[in-house]
Ligand binder design. Structure first.
Ligand code: ADP
Ligand code: NI
Length: 219
């Protein structure tokens, strides 16, 4: 029975996210699903159905997708599952966004911790770099301006894709909730740092190397 429901939910998410270019394409959903399955292997106390359903539905109501905020709720009501289970899935999804829960989140349930780690891992490492650059390109944002540092008072700072690493990507490691999540995050975090150093080296930007080192020391 849960397998049928999972399959139905998988098909729904596939159809829903197919056309997306904001970083919430179905490949993202699939990777988050794989991540949460990996995390579940080390967390036998977590409810795997809640985790998997939440992973499949976690971005259907993302504000960047212009929804009315009730897409997941309506879909869950159409399924043959208990209302309390549907409610738990909705609460799990609702808890995890970086903008709401911040760089040092405190979650009520183990399922929230797993979903948060699974989603955040996909915003890190090589994939995280690609997603940030794709997102910036979709918004027609410039990649980088060597004269505008991320913490400057200049409002322009947020519009450069490379600055987004300092706003969010480099802070994700510190938000990891599970031991496995922390381990997987470490390699991805180091890779992003290596990428940025290389990016700055190729342009001989000593002040940006220093800026990055200072930033990391203060994390
Ligand atoms: P998530 O599904 O990981 O919660 P978001 O909705 O915050 O992610 O963003 C989707 C993807 O787009 C992420 O990989 C994120 O890093 C990237 N992204 C979000 N905002 C920006 C931005 N201002 N510049 C570049 N990339 C961004
Ligand atoms: Ni996501």
């Amino acid at each position: 029975m849960p397998d049928d429901v999972l399959q139905q939910t998988y098909n729904f998410a596939l159809a829903y996210h197919q056309q997306d270019h904001t970083g919430h394409d179905f490949e993202h959903i699939q990777r988050v699903y794989v991540n949460i399955c990996k995390l579940l292997e080390q967390e036998p106390l977590a409810d795997s159905f809640i985790c998997k359903m939440s992973a499949l539905l976690h971005d259907v109501d993302d504000h960047k997708l212009n929804t009315d905020g009730n897409v997941a709720k309506r879909f869950l009501q159409s399924l043959k599952i208990k209302e309390s289970v549907a409610q738990q899935i909705l609460e799990t999804i609702d808890a995890i966004s970086f903008s709401k829960s911040g760089a040092h989140p405190k979650f009520k349930t183990l399922e929230m911790k797993l979903l948060s780690d699974a989603d955040k891992l996909d915003a890190m490492g090589a994939i995280g770099i690609c997603r940030a650059l794709i997102y910036g390109a979709a918004k027609e944002r410039p990649l980088f301006n060597a004269t505008v540092f991320p913490d400057s008072q200049n409002n322009q700072a947020r519009t450069y894709s490379i600055n987004h690493f300092f706003d969010k990507l480099l802070r994700l490691k510190g938000a990891m909730q599970t031991k496995t999540g922390q381990q997987l995050a470490e390699e991805r975090h180091q890779f992003m740092i290596q990428f940025l150093h290389q990016f700055f080296s190729e342009q001989e930007l000593t002040d940006w190397h220093n800026y990055l080192d200072d930033y990391l020391n203060k994390l």
